[in-house]
Design a protein around this ligand. Sequence first.
Ligand code: PSV
Ligand code: MN
Ligand code: MN
Length: 387
Amino acid sequence: MSMIDFTTGLNNLAIETPSWAYGNSGTRFKVFTQHGVPRDPFEKITDAAQVHAFTGAAPTVALHIPWDRVSDFAALATHATDQGVKLGAINANVFQDDDYMLGSVTNPDPRVRRKAIDHLLECVDIMDVTGSRDLKLWFSDGTNYPGQDDIRARQDRLSEALAEVYDRLGDGQRILLEYKLFEPAFYTMDVPDWGTSFLHCIALGPKATVCVDTGHHAPGTNIEFIVAMLLRAGRLGAFDFNSRFYADDDLMVGAADPFQLFRIMHEVVRGGGLDPATGVAFMLDQCHNIEPKIQGQIRSVMNAQEATAKALLVDADALKAAQSAGDVLGANAVLMDAYNTDVRPLLASWREERGLAADPMAAYKASGYFDKIVAERVGGTQAGWGA
Ligand code: PSV
Ligand code: MN
Ligand code: MN
């Protein structure tokens, strides 16, 4: 069993934070506005840079188009670099336009499909300017009622659209195809599960990989099994990390079920996913509806680091020996020993060795940044959700 060493593994864990986590958000019942939230994409990047400054582990920021549309993406990229971060994945958005009521790229109307594909192509144009590697595609497309549309024809339309976008990708660019079990469609989603995403990725070619959003499965789904399968097939492109108690709750990763996050990270370590050459992007896809946003992101990065540190502590040789000997309880104990280790002192040392504060949350709170943005910013924008 090849395993990466503890420090290299932690050094390689780069968490991408989402621009939309910094804006106001809520549920479909109410958006709660907070003080000091960014007024434009530039200020979102500035906030994201704080998360990186205090954790040393969040070097990139994902954009969502059109939520983050600016007139000059090169200027946004320069601003990011000036702040000490880089622009990351471009998330397409074909789910907030009246035209998409019956679907975007799978809509029965060719005019609507054209409009949706054109948006996806425009996102690749933006990637060319921002230097982003990844185009993240999530489709809200689906149906609510049996018979509403032809399930197979929708798959044909989807694969046509994906092929056109795939052909437009430049060198070093990838498609991340995200799946979701339900919502907003309730009978069928056109990309409901990893199998559907995987099939489309295989048909497209090596530059298409699956994005696993941890909130997008049926309750009880064994997500680490999916992770193992995709890594084994070389098609795990990214995570959208968040946690959930019920459905797509978008709560802080590691908040609802830290043990599940550990099991996922164990499979990531086991499958070589912390080796940058494997190409797994670790992104957060969360909304902080009631908690302070920058702190919510810092806590999420710390939670991901803790789960990863525990996974890196698994004694691979002892585990293999116990597994080979058929020692069921012994093998389980190896995993549980790692999970039950308090890794916070180890992470504090890791940070101090890099000139960071041992406790990023306390250091951020003491920095005065929050008071500064509250004073400076009036009338922050909405993340895009929960309008
Ligand atoms: C859809 O639920 C999703 O997970 C997709 O990744 C969207 O782009 C994102 O949420 C927006 O928050
Ligand atoms: Mn997502
Ligand atoms: Mn989601």
